[in-house]
Write a new protein. Structure first.
Length: 349
């Protein structure tokens, strides 16, 4: 079958590979749509995040590996002991790899597993015609949810968990720093959670335009305006919650400074470098800084909200490409063209 395989930095090849055999408790999925994520860009451009230097302790796999962890498709083959699904079922995949045995797994916090990993980074992923996954990774899609939306459940789950575990209350004013795919999905989730003002901050006019489309009530271009001053002017005393979906020192500083007293900065982004924090401003305003890693136990809720139309995730799609185009029109384009948000790859030709 055809797959987009990571061999090294700037070296992703479309090649013919074998799909591994389905083991008991596993399912073979025929992938229809797969989204390109920021972590795929990090893997391609900087060689970050991919399993190298030895096999993953749970999957036994290592590079060269097929990328792709945001995907949906139909079930093509059932392994022994899989009775709750049928061939042809439409599914979204929750791609987290965890042991199920460590302290955190036993507490249900499987996103904090000691051996935490991702299909598509620590095992072969969804930029391939077929992928074999464990049955617990499957989430059936209702008829009203398309397979394209199915590929967006995973990144939406990241934003959803951050919003849900923040202290947001209906009627709160919030700010979202960074209007990339996760920032845009955070805007959608904050809107669904009943936020009043949703202020989006970015330095790209195209991204801010997209932020308005998905529901931001105001946008601030941080390259041109004094972000904190503008947020104070819009809200009076600052936002209740700021979501940090950019992952840089200036955005983090502003995300904290733009809060009202008792506010919360929820960190969703992965920071490339350590960031500094003025503890005095935290103390005098009784501010909390919290973080949310991936997701746990939220796929059913996200799928349900998409089904009901409360999360119109399609709006973040800016381009659809074929698997053969993934390097040039996907992994390369996403860093050059800031008007792009989520690029979906159609896998079956
Ligand atoms: Zn991702
Ligand atoms: Zn574990």
């Amino acid at each position: 079958m055809k797959a987009a395989v990571w061999h090294g930095t700037k070296d992703v090849r479309i090649e013919q590979v074998d799909v591994r055999e389905v083991q008991p408790g596993e399912v073979k999925v025929k992938v229809e749509w797969a989204g390109i994520c920021g972590s795929d860009l990090h893997a391609y451009h900087h060689g970050m995040g991919v399993q190298v230097g030895g096999p993953h302790p749970l999957t036994g796999e290592q590079a060269p590996l097929t990328l792709g962890h945001e995907f949906a498709g139909t079930i093509a083959e059932l392994g022994e002991g899989v009775s709750q699904y049928q061939v042809g079922d439409r599914v979204a995949i929750e791609p987290l790899i965890y042991c199920g045995e460590c302290k955190y797994c036993r507490e249900g916090h499987y996103n904090l597993c000691e051996k935490f990993g991702f299909i598509g980074l620590n095992a072969n992923g969804g930029f391939a015609e077929y992928v074999v996954v464990k049955k617990h990774m499957l989430h059936k899609l209702p008829d009203q949810v398309t397979l394209e939306e199915g590929a967006l459940i995973e990144p939406t789950a990241v934003a959803f968990q951050a919003v849900r575990s923040s202290k947001i209350k209906v009627g709160d004013n919030v700010a979202v720093f960074g209007a990339g795919p996760i920032g845009l999905l955070t805007i959608l989730c904050a809107k669904a959670a009943g936020a009043a003002q949703i202020i989006a901050v970015d330095i790209s006019p195209e991204r801010l335009e997209k932020a308005k489309e998905v529901g931001a009530t105001a946008v601030i271009n941080a390259a041109e305006a004094d972000t904190v001053k503008e947020i104070m002017a819009l809200t009076g005393d600052g936002v209740a919650i700021s979501y940090e979906a950019a992952g840089a020192q200036p955005t983090f500083t502003n995300a904290v400074m733009a809060l009202k007293k008792g506010g919360e900065c929820m960190v969703i982004a992965a920071f490339a470098k350590p960031a500094q924090l003025d503890m005095t401003s935290l103390l005098v305003k009784e501010i909390n800084v919290t973080a949310s890693l991936a997701y746990r136990h939220v796929f059913p809720e996200v799928i349900s909200l998409v089904e009901q139309g409360a999360l119109d995730v399609k709006k973040v799609i800016t381009k659809k490409i074929k698997l053969d185009q993934i390097v040039e029109d996907g992994l390369e384009l996403l860093v050059q063209d800031k008007s792009q948000a989520k690029i979906l790859v159609q896998i079956q030709s």
